[in-house]
Design a protein around this ligand. Structure first.
Ligand SMILES: C[S@@+](CC[C@H](N)C(=O)[O-])C[C@H]1O[C@@H](n2cnc3c(N)ncnc32)[C@H](O)[C@@H]1O
Length: 278
C-alpha cells in the first residue's frame, strides 16, 4: 500500500497545487535543474504516488520551473532593494520560495491559501521562521487586517488569479493596492481564450477542474492598469519569445512555441509572467 499523503479531501482548485509542486520537484531531479529546489522534491515525496501521477510531465515541469525562476528573480531584486519588505504569496499551495531565496532577516513572508491547504502546508512544508500562514479565502476581505500596511510589499500570484472569478480577481487587486502603500505585483497570467474554460486545459482537467470553469484572464498587460489604475506595468516575460529556454522542451512543444512566437497575442498563450509597480 502507498503510504503517501492522499489529497482526496482537497477541491479541484486546491489540487492544482500538485502541478506546481511536482513541476518544481521534477526540475530538482532533472540532469540540469533550473531551480534545484530539493525542499519541493522532499515534500512531493510525501504525497501518494497516484496523486503525484496526475501532475507529472517533462514539458509541464519545464514550464513551471521557468515561470518560478522568473518570479524568484523579481522577488530577489525587490528584497535587494527593500530588505525590510513583506512578501505576500497569494494562493501559496505548497510553494517553497522562502527556502530558495536568501531572505533578509528583517523581511516577512505571508502565505495565504484556503484552510485545507494551510493545514496541509503545516504538515508537509518545513517550518520557516519568517513565514506566517494565513488560512483564508482570497475572496474574504478580513485576512489583510493581519498584515502591516506601511512596509514595501511584493505580492506574488503564481497560478492563482486564473482560478478566481473575474469580479473577484479585480476586487482582490483593488483591496491589495488599497491596503499596501507601495510595492510590486508579480504574477503568472493567462489569456482570456484559456480562462473562458479552464477545464479544457489537459493538466487542469487531470487534477479535476471541470468543464466549463471560467476564470480570470487578460489579453494585454495594460488591461490590469485599466482595471486598477494604481498598477503600473513594468515588464513581461513570454516563454514563446524567449528561445534561450526552448532546449528544455520536447520536440513537439518546441514546435508549438516556434509557431506561437509569430504573433504576440498567440505567444502569450505560453508561460506568461508580468510585473507591475504600485
Ligand atoms: C496552481 S496552485 C499554485 C500554488 C502555488 N502558488 C505554487 O506556485 O505552488 C493554486 C493555488 O491557489 C489556491 N487558491 C485558488 N483560489 C483560491 C482562493 N479563492 N482563496 C485562497 N486560495 C486559493 C489553491 O488552493 C491553490 O493552492
Amino acid at each position: 500500500m502507498d503510504p503517501g499523503e492522499r489529497l482526496d479531501h482537497l477541491t479541484s482548485v486546491e489540487r492544482t497545487l500538485l502541478l506546481t509542486l511536482c513541476g518544481r520537484a521534477e526540475d530538482a531531479k532533472s540532469a540540469a535543474p533550473l531551480l534545484g529546489d530539493t525542499v519541493a522534491e522532499e515534500i512531493s515525496g510525501k504525497i501518494c504516488e497516484s496523486d503525484r501521477a496526475t501532475a507529472t510531465g517533462a514539458d509541464l515541469s519545464a514550464n513551471v520551473a521557468i515561470r518560478t525562476a522568473q518570479l524568484d528573480q523579481h522577488v530577489r531584486k525587490f528584497l535587494a532593494e527593500y530588505p525590510d519588505a513583506i512578501i505576500i504569496e497569494l494562493g501559496c499551495g505548497l510553494e517553497t520560495r522562502m527556502f530558495r531565496l536568501d531572505l533578509p532577516p528583517r523581511s516577512n513572508y505571508y502565505c495565504i491559501d484556503s484552510p485545507a491547504v494551510i493545514e496541509l502546508r503545516r504538515r508537509l512544508v518545513p517550518a520557516h521562521e519568517q513565514e506566517t500562514g494565513i488560512a483564508a479565502s482570497l475572496e474574504d476581505s478580513q485576512w489583510l487586517d493581519a498584515v502591516p500596511t506601511h512596509r514595501p510589499t511584493i505580492i506574488v500570484a503564481d497560478g492563482v488569479l486564473t482560478f478566481l472569478a473575474p469580479a473577484e480577481a479585480i476586487e482582490l487587486l483593488n483591496r491589495l493596492t488599497a491596503h499596501f502603500e507601495h510595492g510590486e505585483l508579480v504574477c503568472q497570467a493567462n489569456i482570456t481564450y484559456l480562462t473562458r474554460d479552464l477545464g479544457r486545459v489537459p493538466e487542469l482537467k487531470r487534477v479535476g477542474i471541470p468543464s466549463p470553469y471560467r476564470g480570470f484572464g487578460i489579453d494585454d498587460p495594460t488591461e490590469l492598469e485599466r482595471i486598477n489604475p494604481k498598477l503600473r506595468f513594468v515588464e513581461e516575460f513570454i516563454l514563446a519569445r524567449s528561445p534561450q529556454y526552448f532546449g528544455g522542451f520536447s520536440v513537439k512543444f518546441r514546435t508549438i512555441l516556434r509557431l506561437l512566437r509569430l504573433r504576440t497575442r498567440w505567444a502569450r498563450l505560453s508561460t506568461w509572467v508580468l510585473r507591475y509597480r504600485f
